[in-house]
Write a protein that binds this ligand. Structure first.
Ligand SMILES: [Fe+2]
Ligand SMILES: [Fe+2]
Length: 305
């Protein structure tokens, strides 16, 4: 707890949760999207556009980037955007299962219960939207590497409490910062901008809920549980972030995978983009006491701090 937080009893925390969930439900009723009708799925892909803001490319700023033709750079950002969307689907499936398990057999009249189902419904629409978007970008199915898939399988079946909600928050925040840039960027293909706009609007509610739940769940956590989950969240974050860009994007953009991977790995520009965009998230995790020394090792490895 930070010095600015008002000490909360179980009763006031419950009331806060109730109010937050009700506000989120009201907001969702006022502004939600149906990607099936909102996104322009009909117009064929215009290859004059990028798939993402070039500054977010893992190769932007490298000597390889400088050697690439504009067409190649655009193809790369389209493949990278498709990879991010595909990783989004992977994580949204993990998330839906964790939230569904968390609310199993709880009070259905509680706004938090109804909000949880609303969020799951949002994610279900998002995943279909990302799937169609990646396909339209001309990308093959990108899936995380085997180890991430198998660890995700265990995590989605077992994680609960703050471990689940803080991991959800990390994934949503990391996507959010990129997508806020892409949705405003006129160099990005219009249908991708719409997809990102929809996602940013709906995820801002999810992030509020994830923050609230993380704080709430931590209130009952003792020292040992807090330390263990701080590390679990950091490891989950590392796998989420390192799965964002599939290594095959380079080959599919007509590049030399080995050289691209080498230069992407050493790309200080991209690392700085990640760090600066995750500053608010890290501050939040710090205020929850989740930035323990072992956890920091993984956040640093993921270039989040
Ligand atoms: Fe989503
Ligand atoms: Fe979400």
């Amino acid at each position: 707890m930070t010095s600015t937080d008002v000490p909360r009893t179980a009763a006031t925390a419950g009331a806060g949760r109730h109010e937050t969930a009700q506000r989120l439900l009201d907001s969702s009723a006022m502004l939600s999207y149906d990607p099936a009708t909102e996104v322009d799925w009909e117009t064929p892909l215009d290859k004059n556009f990028h798939g993402a803001s070039p500054e977010w490319s893992t190769l932007y700023g490298t000597s390889y980037w400088a050697e690439m033709s504009t067409e190649q750079q655009k193809e790369l950002t389209r493949q990278e955007a498709a990879s991010v969307a595909s990783t989004g689907i992977w994580f949204e499936m993990i998330l839906q299962q964790m939230v569904l398990r968390d609310f199993y057999a709880k009070d259905p009249t509680d706004p938090a219960f109804q909000w949880a189902l609303t969020e799951i419904a949002d994610e279900c629409r998002h995943s279909i939207m990302f799937a169609r978007g990646a396909e339209k970008l001309g990308a093959p199915p990108y899936r995380p590497r085997r180890l991430a898939v198998e660890l995700g399988r265990v995590f989605k079946a077992t994680a609960g409490g703050e471990a689940a909600y803080a991991a959800i928050l990390v994934a949503e925040e990391v996507l959010d910062v990129m997508q806020r840039d892409w949705m405003r960027d006129e160099r990005v293909v219009p249908f991708v901008r719409t997809i990102n706009n929809i996602h940013v609007v709906e995820e801002s509610r999810h992030m509020k809920f994830a923050r609230e739940e993380t704080r709430e769940q931590l209130e009952g956590a003792g020292f040992v549980r807090r330390r263990i989950n701080a590390l679990v969240i950091a490891i989950a974050s590392y796998f989420i972030v390192s799965s964002m860009i599939n290594r095959d994007v380079y080959k599919n953009a007509g590049l030399d995978t080995k050289r691209a991977l080498r230069e992407a790995k050493a790309n200080e520009h991209h690392k700085a983009m990640m760090r600066s965009s995750c500053a608010g998230l890290m501050e939040f995790l710090g205020s929850c006491g989740l930035l323990t020394r072992p956890a920091l090792v993984f956040y640093k490895r993921a270039n989040l701090i």
